[in-house]
Design a protein around this ligand. Structure first.
Ligand code: NAI
Length: 371
């Protein structure tokens, strides 16, 4: 395996990476501790492992397998996601720092089983090479089977079903955290003590979105959904009586709550003026394209609950599993604390006169500094 740092290949043209001015970090932010670029020609692996901070403990965050437009986009994604994990893990009071890995989907990828095994074996060796500075798990595009493969080559991995014991797919726990955050937001911002009859739009009915739809449906919410995959929307229509919208209309649906559960950067200068929801709270990482977009939401009277606070259920789950503290009830209790954290954040925002997004960043960064 070749570990390469090749600036010319990583950033082919400044125009393709407008947000990135340094290989080592994000604009106006402290640099990442380590960024490993890995190329393994035998398996086709090209991966970026970004360790943002180990101040609170080893950097913990999932591995994304994605079809990036170019290498610069992959690097930007890895850096942003790793930084987000530092804030998320600090906010959830976990003894872990922030890191993330992205694997660039090889051109002409056929998803052949043997090729996939070889790719994730090479990724496992890359994780091992960091000697425990980074611990991996699932993220978008990776599965429990992939993590089993990774486990053959490193112990620094979680999110694996363990012979009937607690563990595996974190997405139901993520969905539960989003659900309790929505409950808290609705209580405070809409002065409603129940989700009965509350209209919620879900963008993306993947692993998290579908579980979230189930929790909301069970609580009496009315669902409006969209996904690029017609099989997923058909399932939501059949199971929950959900109203289905075209994907380009879901962000501007007239609802009480919008739950982005697909992609990052969906809250931006183009989408925010079109929003017709009172609250935004969802699972997707890095929903705000820029911090100023949080201000723009606030100015419109829309309560935005920061993604890294709301979607911490999955990392709480894999972190407990990793530490051998996986017990379903205890994990659910810990994930449910997201409800109290949302309420405390709203109190802090009111007291400081900041937007919830800015108050959350300040709170999370103070926890990071304290470490
Ligand atoms: P997933 O890949 O299972 O689901 C994503 C869904 O979004 C898919 O059904 C896909 O078809 C749909 N989608 C893609 N583009 C879309 C578009 N333009 N409009 C509507 N739907 C679209 O991913 P998963 O695991 O459900 O995660 C969702 C988000 O939550 C991601 O951003 C992920 O990073 C984040 N997240 C997930 C966690 C987990 O435990 N799985 C933990 C924390 C964050």
């Amino acid at each position: 395996m070749n570990a390469i740092i090749d600036l010319a290949r990583a950033i082919p043209a400044a125009a393709t990476a407008p947000a990135l001015t340094s290989l080592f970090g994000l604009p106006d932010e402290p640099p990442h501790e380590r960024v490993l670029l890995v190329a393994d020609p035998a398996s086709g692996l090209k991966a970026i492992l970004a360790v943002h901070s180990t101040a609170r403990g080893p950097a913990f965050g999932g591995c994304r397998f994605w079809n990036y437009a170019d290498e610069a986009s992959a690097l930007t994604d890895a850096l942003r996601l790793a930084q987000g994990m530092s804030l998320k893990n600090a906010m959830a009071d976990l003894p872990f720092g922030g890191g993330k890995a992205v694997i660039l989907k090889p051109a002409g990828w056929r998803n052949d089983a043997a090729e996939r095994e070889a790719l994730f074996a090479a990724f496992g060796r890359a994780v091992q090479s960091l000697g425990g500075a980074y611990i991996t798990a699932e993220d978008v595009g990776t599965t429990t089977a992939d993590m089993r493969q990774v486990q053959q080559h490193t112990g620094f991995v979680s999110g694996i079903p363990r012979d009937g014991a607690f563990g595996g797919d974190p997405s139901p726990k993520t969905a539960w955290g989003v659900f309790v955050a929505i409950e808290a937001g609705v209580m405070r911002h809409l002065q409603r003590n129940s989700l009965d009859g509350v209209r919620v739009a879900i963008q993306g009915l993947g692993a998290v979105g579908m579980h979230l739809a189930q929790f909301l449906h069970d609580a009496g919410a009315t669902l409006v959904v969209a996904d690029v995959n017609p099989v997923r929307v058909d399932e939501a229509r059949a199971r929950f009586g959900a109203e289905v919208l075209p994907v380009e209309q879901i962000l501007s649906a007239e609802v009480d709550v919008l739950a982005p559960c697909a992609l990052g950067a969906v809250l931006n200068s183009a989408s925010i003026p079109t929003l017709r929801s009172r609250i935004v709270a969802g699972a997707a990482n890095n929903q705000l394209a820029t911090p100023a977009d949080g201000d723009a939401l606030h100015a419109r009277g829309i309560l935005y609950l920061p993604d890294y606070l709301v979607n911490a259920g999955g990392i709480v789950s894999v972190a407990r599993e990793y530490r051998g503290e996986g017990e379903e009830k205890a994990v659910m209790t810990e994930v449910s604390r997201i409800r109290e954290r949302v309420l405390e954040l709203l109190d802090r925002a009111t007291a400081s006169g900041q937007t919830p997004a800015r108050a959350s960043d300040a709170w999370a960064r103070s926890k990071l500094r304290a470490a």
